[in-house]
Design a protein around this ligand. Structure first.
Ligand SMILES: N[C@@H](CCC(=O)N[C@@H](CS)C(=O)NCC(=O)O)C(=O)O
Length: 212
């Protein structure tokens, strides 16, 4: 049984949750962080000195950092489609997973999401939102072109890289800002919504996080 500590409104928790559900693993999620607190709890810090969510426990193994959790789940529990054994095939996917975390997430989360949802309207920076939106307008066409190659990043198979990309798309598509035209990405987002695990774990409302 896998245990995950973290509130379901956290995008990083959503990576871990969608992955365990997609892989059909038995899990328990414990509400942690945000309004639930517990980040500074002594026993929690002993597991995760960083104090953030998610934290995952699988038997004797305790992990934090959502990309490390995702890669562990893929390597330990994923099949060939989710986590290719061939290093080159896997690296071609991992390149995009890393791109999502390091290039796409910062403007989406720290510029657009943080400003529009987690900052009081009077304190919002139109410049920060515009900067993030502009950056996303150059980034999203790259993944749109890549998605022209197949239904998922690993062709017919949903892989760990789709978890990293897909978990951003609910926020990307529901936040109120100007986006580039990305027909392949739009079709991909529709395909993800056919997956119950995606709907349950990655399309979690962020309205409870909103600061007016
Ligand atoms: N690099 C970490 C970042 C973790 C992180 O920033 N988590 C946020 C939520 S998305 C957090 O714990 N915030 C404080 C809280 O929720 O109490 C990861 O990818 O797991």
């Amino acid at each position: 049984m896998i245990t995950i500590w973290g509130r379901n409104t956290s995008s990083n928790v959503q990576v871990a949750m969608w992955a365990v559900a997609e892989l059909g693993l038995e899990f328990e999620r414990i509400d942690w962080g945000g309004k639930f607190g517990g980040n500074d709890n002594h026993d929690y810090r002993a597991m995760n000195p960083n104090g953030l969510v998610p934290t995952l426990r699988d038997g004797d193994l305790v992990l934090w950092e959502s990309p490390a959790i995702l890669r562990y789940l893929g390597a330990r529990h994923g099949g060939e489609g989710f986590w290719p054994a061939d290093p080159a095939a896997r690296a071609r996917l991992d390149m995009w997973a890393e791109w999502v975390k390091t290039s796409l997430c910062p403007p989406l989360i720290y510029n657009v999401f943080w400003q529009l949802v987690r900052t009081p309207e009077a304190q919002r920076s139109a410049a920060a939102i515009a900067e993030g939106a502009l950056r996303l307008k150059t980034l999203m066409p790259m993944i749109d072109a890549r998605l022209g190659d197949g239904p998922f990043l690993n062709g017919e198979h949903l892989s760990f890289a789709d978890i990293m990309l897909g978990h951003t798309l609910y926020r990307y598509n529901t936040l109120d800002f100007e986006r580039a035209a990305t027909p392949n990405l739009d079709a991909y987002y529709q395909r993800l919504q056919q997956r119950p695990a995606y709907v349950e774990h990655a399309m979690v409302s962020y309205e409870g996080l909103r600061v007016e």
